[in-house]
Design a binder for this molecule. Structure first.
Ligand SMILES: Cc1ncc(COP(=O)(O)O)c(C=O)c1O
Length: 404
């Protein structure tokens, strides 16, 4: 008789977004005259830029002609896209990353969930708290997390690194030594960025202790300040300890299209075994490549017109972020993020918990955000707003909050 992977049974229900949806639906039903503004979800709203759409059309037409039709894509991605990434995202920033160290995928969610497969089940992970939940849940599924403490909301075998106001939402080096360290900057949910100096400390620590860093840079395009690294490979020694994950979702609006990539430098080894060759083996066995038309569209992101157009989109969202940040500050809230990331992280006022503040905001301002406790215990008194809405809705939401 078959048995299930009982690690899945250990996972607590993921109630965050379904609870939010239920509460919002109930409120809207009881108050049909109220216009609820949603600044909760992390999905983009602007359509894909014209230069990228043109590339899609061109590639679709190629698929309809015998001489240009393409079947299975190369396992690790088309050369044209890997070269564009290596040149624009790495070499142009002085980072030594070759095209054959880049693995094209259908996005950072899958890669951040799958990457743990190439590590021993005995390895111990460290995560930021609060955290993008995929890192922890996929390690639970693999049997690496231990047992769940429902009261604390933590796993016995996971090292949690609190990210709070006191440390500018960048974790301190942990007291216990992890084998795998997940870092995400600019951060979801806190919107915090890391300086190159502080990231260098992490790279040095990982090289010193033999840990691997999994660096999620899905929000790289939102960095606006000098001194904030766009890639972990700006740090010396990162080639021997760091894997980087990137996405086309938030810079180019590909959340529904799906495209991302993982970088694994060839020097990243455990003894004689290179993680690059393990991931190549996994990718080749379990994945048949992102679609040709999507990879051509990804290439167009790096064209001159593509770059101009996606920068305008990022600027649009960051103008929303500025409005939220400044408006909430004026209203007396303690706020952070929103400068190098499309997320604003605010402290719930008057000692409210994050769910109490959620209800308060929904009922009194008809604005929906995300309770910080959904991202980990250290998010308990915090709340996330996103800059991905329309400018008009963002202004209306902030103005309502200011009037409370
Ligand atoms: C930190 C982080 N990593 C990865 C992703 C997922 O990216 P993708 O759309 O490429 O799967 C998200 C999406 O919200 C995210 O916040």
């Amino acid at each position: 008789m078959f048995q299930v992977n009982d690690n899945y049974l250990k996972l607590p229900g993921s109630y965050l977004f379904s609870t939010i949806a239920k509460k919002v639906n109930a409120y809207s039903k009881a108050n049909p005259d109220k216009k609820v503004i949603r600044l909760g979800i992390g999905d983009v709203t602007l359509p894909i830029a014209p230069a990228i759409i043109d590339a899609f059309h061109g590639a679709v037409d190629e698929m309809g002609k015998a001489e240009t039709f393409r079947g299975y894509a190369p396992d690790l991605g088309y050369e044209f896209l890997r070269n564009a990434i290596a040149e624009n995202d790495y070499k142009a920033r002085g980072c030594d990353i070759e095209a054959d160290e880049i693995f094209i995928s259908d996005g950072a969610k899958c890669d951040s969930g799958n990457i743990q497969e190439i590590f021993s089940v005995d390895n111990r992970i460290a995560v930021c708290d609060p955290v993008y939940p995929v890192y922890v849940d996929t390690n639970v599924m693999a049997g690496r997390a231990g047992t769940y403490d429902a009261r604390k909301g933590t796993w016995s075998n996971v090292i949690y690194m609190p990210c709070l106001e006191e440390n500018d939402f960048v974790p301190e080096l942990p007291e216990e030594t992890p084998d795998i360290i997940y870092l995400c900057f600019p951060n979801n949910p806190t919107g915090a960025a890391v300086t190159k100096e502080r990231l260098q400390e992490w790279v040095d620590y990982a090289n010193r202790t033999g840990a691997a860093i999994i660096y999620d840079a899905a929000y790289e395009a939102y960095i606006s300040q000098e001194g904030v690294p766009h890639t972990i490979y700006e740090c010396e020694g990162a080639r021997t300890c760091a894997i980087e994950l990137r996405s086309f979702s938030k810079n180019a609006g590909f959340t529904g299209v799906r495209l991302g990539f993982t970088v694994i430098p060839k020097e990243l080894k455990c003894g004689d075994v290179s993680l690059h060759s393990l991931w190549a083996r996994r990718h080749g066995t379990k994945y048949n490549g992102a679609p040709y038309i999507v990879q051509r569209a990804g290439e167009a992101v790096y064209s001159r017109a593509g770059q101009t157009q996606i920068r305008e989109q990022v600027a649009y969202y960051m103008n929303n972020a500025k409005y939220i940040l400044e408006g909430l500050k004026e209203a007396g809230y303690t706020v952070s993020g929103g400068i190098n990331a499309p997320y604003i992280w605010l402290k719930a006022p008057n000692g409210m918990t994050s769910w109490e503040f959620f209800d308060y905001l929904l009922e009194n301002a008809n604005v929906v955000g995300t309770p910080g406790s959904g991202f980990g215990p250290s998010g308990e008194t915090y709340f996330r707003l996103t800059a991905f809405g329309s400018y008009e809705n963002t202004v209306a939401a902030v103005d309502r909050i200011k009037k409370l």
